[in-house]
Design a protein around this ligand. Sequence first.
Ligand code: SAH
Length: 519
Amino acid sequence: NTVKYNVAIFVENTAVGDEILCHIIKAKKTYAVGKIAKIIKPSKHRIEPECECFKSCGGCSFGHISYREELRLKEQKVIDAFERIGGLSPEFMPIIPSPSITRYRNKAQYPVKRENGILKIGFYAKKSHRVIDCEDCLLQPAEFTQIIEIIKNWINKFNITVYNEEIGIGLIRHIYLRKAFATGELMVCIVANGKELPHSDTLVETLKRVEGFKALLLNTNCSNTNVVLGEACEAIYGEPYIVDILCGVKVKISPLSFYQVNHDGAELLYGKAAEYAAPSGKEDVLDLYCGAGTIGLSMASKVKSLVGVEIIPEAIEDAKENALLNNINNAQFICGDAALAAEKLKADGIAPQTIILDPPRKGCAASLLKTVAEIAPQRIVYVSCDPATLARDAKLLEGLGYSAVEVTPVDMFPRTAHVETVVLLSQRRPDTHIDIKLDLSGLDVTAAETKATYQEIKDYVLDKFGLKVSTLYISQVKAKCGIIERENYNKGKEGHRVPKCPKEKEDAIMDALRHFKMI
Ligand code: SAH
């Protein structure tokens, strides 16, 4: 029996342009899930995965396609989120690629398990708690592989017990490693179901062979949950932190503080955030969800004052120490929930010109966005690791008087499905304005073009039609009308998709061009 069934089918590990035969493993009313049975014709974007564990490990999603194609997909994911979830079409800048696509991570948490008597330290398989014994994950620094090998030998040599999550018995649960890329310092943290680590002296002596090894920590987690880290952390050797340098700022990293996992990518991300914040030395800046204070501190020398808010006490302690470490004395840090702290700061009458938001994946609480809008900064710089919640929040902010002006995706997590994004939102008030830098080098300024500026066209369209149009859209319509001879304005890198001006906005821009007698 054939049934007509017209839905999208999601098939893992495929590439655009593949011709495949697949088994349907789940069929829902609106979508289906398939599994590749045979690749009839491979896509031109396919590559041979470099990592042996690619198929079994749940970490990477894009090991089978070229990095260029991965970037295109990530860029599209951000555009789709804004257009479909947010109903917004701000200016999309080309994605900023990661400086490295292998061994870029500075943090890893390896589950430890004994399966059929065999010790396994690796990563969880897709959607499971089975551990894949990935000998050398290509996303991690080479030293991590060396450290895991040493710990494995130590566990085997001294018959140290391994945690069994079903019965809650056994000592070693996870191995948590961090590396400071700028200084080379390494932290080894053993997460254990107990307060003592047997034969730790031997372990320390062996770990000293690894270049950069600075600290061995014991994190105690005796609870029967999936949460990796417990609350108590103790240094068995060295200090309970390592020091890195990010955007010229010395950063103390302790195990419980959030720290961006891609050091070189983070410098590009913070660089973009600073460009959007455009500090001139006069601003008061509020950095909400500040972690160890890194984004704000990287701009501190260019602002009047900085207030950071973060919920994890250890991270706030790090942030305060980081300010001291760098002789930054215009910064203050508050430990607490961002929404509650913002409410209190508003009641205290603070009036920052710029607010930075960098929430976890779930995005910002609606109440926080409302408070932020009431504080009424000129600019909001929103950094996000989830395009969907970002687009949802940008839509909420749109309703609260803030327009997303420009969006830049940054690839902080090559080979995985995740993408970071930074957005500039500006306050829509007739009596305020913000300056943004525009690269006009691609424009051919003809006599007709000089008749109205982009801003005048934008204002006209907003006034008459209630529509916001971007510089990109205006330039597209101008190109169509032959006002700009070269049509390469803001096209981004080759192969990158640029959003096309919707018909309604095109008509409105045409009307403006007619009004200004440019056509
Ligand atoms: N801006 C920092 C951290 C971003 S990650 C950086 O770039 O390194 C998000 C941070 O938000 C984490 O440090 C997390 O602990 C913190 N956080 C999560 N929920 C929060 C809340 N309700 N209020 C304040 N901070 C929160």
